[in-house]
Design a protein. Structure first.
Length: 93
């Protein structure tokens, strides 16, 4: 393009070429930064989703476990009651 341009216009064309290239590089850098942020956000969202699924599985398991425990009669033997109490404390924390 510069070889076909008028000699008086070459310096102006070079200036605009540099300006456009510089701005294009800025846009590419900003797009890359945005891509990285989006990827990090997606990774964090996926990790959170996995943790929530794990928590839901645990809650379902504990609900089932406690439901079966509620159907059993409470023994009258003190050591057994204390052991059941300890099991309950461990399950709730």
């Amino acid at each position: 393009m510069l070889t076909r341009a008028h000699p008086d216009a070459r310096s102006t064309l070079r200036y605009w070429q540099k300006t456009i290239k510089s701005r294009w590089d800025e846009v590419k850098n900003l797009a890359e930064q945005k891509r990285k942020k989006l990827k990090d956000s997606l990774d964090a969202a996926r990790a959170t989703s996995r943790q929530l699924e794990s928590l839901l599985d645990w809650l379902k398991h504990m609900d089932s476990f406690l439901s079966t425990q509620n159907t059993q009669l409470i023994p009258e033997n003190l050591p057994i009651v204390e052991q059941l109490l300890q099991t309950h404390i461990v399950c709730t924390f």
